[in-house]
Design a protein around this ligand. Structure first.
Ligand code: DHB
Length: 309
C-alpha cells in the first residue's frame, strides 16, 4: 500500500526519509539518498564557512543506538545551494536544507540564501548539542523568539524547526506558542539527546574522544522520548503544523507508532547509518503492510489516532 503524505501542504511520495546528519554531507552521499527510496533529500546542517568538525573518534555505535559529537562538519552553505540545483534536476524529490549558525546574524544569512534557492523546505536546527560554549537555542525560549523574529519572514519557503527533546509539558507549551506566533510550517521532533556519556569500562574511557566523551544520543534509546514529544506537540498544535517524527525509528511498526502519535512523516538516521539505503524501502513497505492489515486506506486516516485506555 502507498504511504504518500504531505508536509506543509507539499506532497511526499512516502512516509520515510533521511534525517539530517547521517551520510548527507558530500554530494556523493546526497546522490545516494537521491537514488534511494527516501522520499526527500535532507542535507547536513550547514554553517557559513566549511567546518572540519570535532576530533575523531567522534561517533560510536552500540547495540541500542549511536553517540556522536560531530561538531558540524560540513562544506559551508554555498555548496549546499549548488548541490540543491543539481539534485533537484536529477532526482525529482523535495530537498530539505538544514541550517545552523553561531549567531542570529549567521542564521539570517543562511536562511535568506536558501529562501532564494531552489530548495523546497528549510529546517532550522535549534538543537545541536555538540558545539563547545554554544548552548542549544531551543532550550532558551527568549533566544528562540529573537531568532525567529529575524528569520521567519525572509521568503516564501516553508520554515521548520528541528527541536530538542523537552521533558516537561511546560516547555512544550512555551515552544508551541512560539511556533504558532511565528507561523512555523513544520517541526522535526526530536534531535539527538545532548550531553550523554557512554563509558567503555574495559578501557575506562568514554567511547568517543571529542568533548571529553559527551555526545548526542540517538537510536532505540530515545524512541519513547521522541514519541512523547511528537504526541505532545500534535496535541498542542492541533494538527496545524506538520510534524516529522525522528528518533529510533527502525521498523514499519515504529513508523506506525509515530503516525498514531501524530507524525506526518518520519526521518531516519541511526538505522540509515547501520543498515544503509535499504532501510527506506523496507520501513515503508512494513508500514504499508501494517496499514493494510489494520484496514486503513491511507496514511492520513491513521494520523494522530492514538486511542486512550
Ligand atoms: C550536529 C549534531 C546535531 O545533533 C545537530 O542537530 C547538528 C549538528 C553535529 O555535531 O554536527
Amino acid at each position: 500500500m502507498e504511504t504518500k503524505t504531505k508536509i506543509a501542504g507539499a506532497e511526499l511520495n512516502s512516509f520515510v526519509l533521511n534525517a539530517s546528519g547521517v551520510r548527507d554531507t558530500t554530494l556523493e552521499e546526497l546522490e545516494i539518498i537521491g537514488k534511494s527510496n527516501s522520499s526527500a533529500i535532507v542535507m547536513k546542517s550547514c554553517t557559513i564557512e566549511p567546518r572540519e568538525g570535532n576530533p575523531e573518534p567522534r561517533c560510536a555505535e552500540t547495540p541500542l543506538g549511536i553517540i556522536q559529537s560531530m561538531g558540524w562538519p560540513n562544506l559551508g552553505y554555498k555548496k549546499y545551494i549548488e548541490f540543491t540545483s543539481l539534485l533537484k534536476e536529477k532526482y525529482h524529490k523535495p530537498i530539505i536544507a538544514s541550517t545552523a549558525g553561531f549567531s542570529t546574524k549567521e542564521y539570517k544569512e543562511i536562511t535568506s540564501a536558501f529562501q532564494n534557492s531552489p530548495v523546497d523546505f528549510i529546517e532550522v536546527s535549534v538543537s545541536c548539542p555538540n558545539i563547545e560554549n554554544h548552548p542549544q537555542v531551543g532550550y532558551d525560549f527568549e533566544a528562540t523568539e529573537e531568532l525567529l523574529s529575524q528569520i521567519s519572514n525572509l521568503g516564501p519557503k516553508p520554515l521548520g524547526l528541528k527541536l530538542p527533546a523537552y521533558l516537561d509539558f511546560i516547555q512544550q507549551k512555551q515552544m508551541a506558542k512560539i511556533i504558532k506566533k511565528f507561523g512555523i510550517s513544520f517541526i522535526s521532533c526530536i534531535n539527538s539527546i545532548g550531553n550523554v556519556l557512554i563509558v567503555d569500562s574495559e578501557r575506562e574511557t568514554p567511547v568517543i574522544k571529542s568533548r571529553k566523551g559527551f555526545g548526542g544520543l540517538s537510536g532505540d534509546y530515545i524512541k519513547p522520548i521522541a514519541l512523547g514529544n511528537v504526541r505532545g506537540f500534535f496535541e498542542l498544535l492541533g494538527g496545524e503544523v506538520s510534524i516529522f517524527g525522528v528518533g529510533g525509528i527502525k521498523t514499519g511498526q515504529d513508523a506506525f507508532e509515530f503516525l498514531l502519535a501524530g507524525a506526518d512523516a518520519v526521518q531516519v538516521g541511526t538505522v540509515f547509518e547501520k543498515e544503509g539505503i535499504n532501510c527506506f524501502e523496507r520501513i515503508n513497505r512494513e508500514l504499508g503492510e501494517i496499514l493494510e492489515r489494520k484496514g486503513y486506506s491511507s496514511v492520513s486516516e491513521a494520523k494522530g489516532k492514538l486511542k486512550y485506555l
